[in-house]
Design a protein around this ligand. Sequence first.
Ligand code: HEC
Length: 131
Amino acid sequence: MKRTAVFTIIAFTFLSFSGFSQESWKAPESSKSTKNPVSEKKVKASAKKGAITFNKFCIVCHGAAGLGDGPGGKALTPKPANLTSLKVQDQKDGEIFWKISNGRGPMIKWGPIINESDRWDLVNYIRTLKN
Ligand code: HEC
């Protein structure tokens, strides 16, 4: 009886963990309407600042060009996202901002680490990676 319970717990933990990482990652619906606070006039300067933050915190997993091929991501499941891809670029600024802020699995929750304005700079930088 006891053994079955332990086995069940282990099986569930394993299944939910592996299932979690394979599910596509969707930001909550409400994040779509979060407005990018950076004005059109300042977006270039913001992206430039974002590049500096990216090279400090993100490059190790997402790679220099954002392709998801950084050395720190090689052993991760799921792999770091290809930020140049349509899958990412088709999302609203608010969704990308939400994902950076909240993280999932090996993708770090950056909200408590990088301030809000710097996170918007990252979103604006990620937009320049669109191919
Ligand atoms: C430790 C490795 C690691 C670091 C460092 C990292 N990421 Fe990630 N990132 C990931 C992984 C892994 C995923 C995929 C997560 C998933 O799908 O569950 C991801 C996903 C993302 C996504 C979501 C893409 C999508 O599918 O919509 C964005 C945006 C992102 N990262 C931006 C960043 C930014 C910006 C930084 C730096 C502040 C950063 N990441 C740092 C590993 C990392």
